[in-house]
Design a binder for this molecule. Structure first.
Ligand code: SF4
Ligand code: SF4
Length: 320
């Protein structure tokens, strides 16, 4: 039996919605099959008022052991470092977070806001938001870079906007069943099992990428979304085309470019009109290259690929 508490800071509830749609395993499986005791969750918790405050105090004091603390949303520090813009159960949420992180066996940050600050922490960041252990790419965040939970691990970051439901539940199960030795983290504390490969891995448009056949509109059933529509699949660490959404699709399969939501810089660029869903270029060359490819190599590769493209690469690949 592992006690789990889930709280929400500066959040839109997207990761809660995602979690409630989990299938492999589902939120119910966590309770029924894996013995996880959900002490409280913003959408599932039944305790209110003084009962909830007492539960939180007991968790902080250790009277009730807290095995897994899951946090969704940013840590809001405004105004002036007080955290008063995000009060919860009688005090600033950031104070609960600080105390509960000290008391917890494991701390799991779900979604971009909790991991790196996400959209709320984008300049000018009026809520003075931070992720638990990062602010964008900068290590430290709210808890500081040396933080480790009682079990000796840093915050386990499960990013995404939102995170895929099964990434969340599978990590919770791994922690609850003592399989943390299987979880190796990358430099941004993301579990490698999910975040070592790129969104592009498993993308059905890979052949169009290779032959430089471009999709020019959303939903087009052929062509790669990298050359015109700003797809970040080749430089974004995520398994979106390996662990499919609703078990059957992904953004790129539906003809929508990957926005790179699992990377600390999300959202990229300045979000001014014309910068989203448009490949940013300098003299015709994409500003951001596929990981590991330099500009010279890219020019040589794409020129050769375009010349070598077979006629079928221009055909609609989704023949239903
Ligand atoms: S750039 Fe995007 S659409 Fe093109 S192959 Fe990669 S992931 Fe798929
Ligand atoms: S495809 Fe890209 S934008 Fe979409 S969820 Fe995956 S990583 Fe995020």
């Amino acid at each position: 039996m592992a006690n789990l508490l889930w709280l929400q800071g500066g959040a839109c509830s997207g990761n809660t919605m995602s979690f409630l749609n989990a299938e492999e395993p589902s939120a119910c499986d966590l309770v029924n099959d894996f013995g996880i005791n959900v002490l409280w969750h913003p959408s599932l918790g039944v305790e209110l008022g003084e009962n909830l405050r007492k539960l939180l105090r007991d968790l902080v004091s250790g009277a009730i052991p807290l095995d897994i603390f899951v946090f969704e949303g940013t840590v809001v520090n405004a105004p002036g470092g007080t955290g008063e813009w995000n009060r919860f159960a009688g005090r600033p949420m950031k104070d609960w977070v600080a105390d509960l992180c000290k008391a917890a066996g494991f701390v799991v940050a779900v979604g971009d806001c909790a991991t790196w600050g996400g959209i709320p922490a984008t300049a000018p960041n009026p809520s003075d938001s931070q992720g638990l252990q990062f602010l964008k790419r900068e290590h430290g965040g709210f808890l500081g870079k040396d933080f480790t939970s009682k079990a000796g691990l840093p915050v386990i970051n499960v990013p995404g906007c939102p995170a895929h439901p099964d990434w969340i539940t599978q990590i919770v199960v791994a922690v609850a069943t003592g399989r943390t030795a299987d979880i190796t983290l990358d430099e941004f504390q993301r579990p490698k099992t999910f975040f070592q490969s790129f969104t592009q891995t498993g993308c059905t448009r890979n052949m169009h990428f290779a032959y430089k056949v471009s999709a020019t509109e959303f939903g087009q059933r052929k062509g790669c979304l990298f050359y015109d529509l700003g797809c970040r699949g080749p430089m974004t660490h995520s398994p979106c085309n390996r662990i499919l959404w609703n078990r059957q699709s992904s953004k790129t399969r539906a003809g929508m470019p990957c926005l790179g939501c699992t990377e600390p810089e999300f959202p990229f660029f300045d979000l001014a009109p014309g910068t989203v869903f448009k490949t940013q270029t300098v003299m015709g060359i994409p500003k951001d290259m596929p990981n590991g490819v330099d500009k010279k190599g890219y020019i040589a590769l794409t020129a050769a690929a375009k010349n070598a493209a077979p006629r079928w690469a221009e055909e609609d690949i989704f023949v239903v």
